[in-house]
Design a protein around this ligand. Structure first.
Ligand SMILES: [Zn+2]
Length: 214
């Protein structure tokens, strides 16, 4: 089972946008190539459970054309989610077309959901739905939840070393988180700054640096 990127987005929909590594890099790496990848990733992020993984995988193998179609829907949803929250992180207004595409998937899911008791209150549930779109619906629901109930000033884009660009929801107490991860991009930037300072100093005091003497 190939590794998936770390889950640093803080929300399902942002984890999903981050299934492309280095989105602002000229050669970003995409971790999702087909419906089975989407399914395994959804299980990895706990958007589907063991039983759902098993039954959806069986259904996908029985209806490969449909699985391809749903995978394409998922990738279009990812593009919309990514553009919406990247724009919000930059202080802009998301495009209507992207909001409508999230809305469409969300309403489809709601159409299939049932109202049932969850502890004290009732809630919409997609449990027991044998439909390949299940992970897509849950991701769309996460995006709608973030848009309608989240604190949008906490949606941020990691500036890490000019090539990260991952999105995350800042849940730090003061809202001062800057990096997707302190030990990843945070320390890379620190090292880079340290190196730049060090290099400048050595240029200033020692002239040109000669790494090898021959
Ligand atoms: Zn980062």
């Amino acid at each position: 089972m190939p590794a998936f990127p770390r889950l640093l987005g803080g929300r399902l929909c942002l984890h999903f946008a981050n299934t492309i590594e280095g989105p602002i890099n000229p050669e970003p790496e995409d971790f999702l190539h087909d419906y089975d990848d989407l399914l395994r990733w959804s299980w990895h992020v706990e958007a589907v459970d063991d039983a759902e993984l098993k039954s959806l995988r069986k259904l996908a193998r029985a209806t490969p054309d449909r699985a391809r179609e749903v995978f394409e829907q998922a990738i279009r949803l990812r593009q919309s989610v990514d553009r919406i929250f990247r724009t919000i992180a930059a202080g802009g207004e998301p495009r209507g077309a992207d909001l409508r595409s999230v809305q469409q998937r969300y309403l489809e899911g709601l159409g299939a959901a049932s109202l049932g008791r969850a502890d004290q209150a009732f809630s919409w549930s997609l449990r027991g739905i044998d439909d390949l779109r299940l992970p897509v619906w849950r991701i769309a629901a996460s995006a709608v939840e973030l848009l309608t109930e989240g604190n949008l000033t906490r949606v941020k884009r990691c500036p890490g070393a000019d090539d990260c660009g991952w999105l995350f929801y800042d849940t730090s107490r003061n809202g001062t988180r800057r990096w997707c991860s302190m030990e990843g991009c945070g320390s890379r930037m620190k090292m880079r700054r340290h190196y730049a300072r060090h290099k400048q100093r050595s240029l200033r005091y020692h002239g040109r640096v000669r790494p090898f003497s021959q």
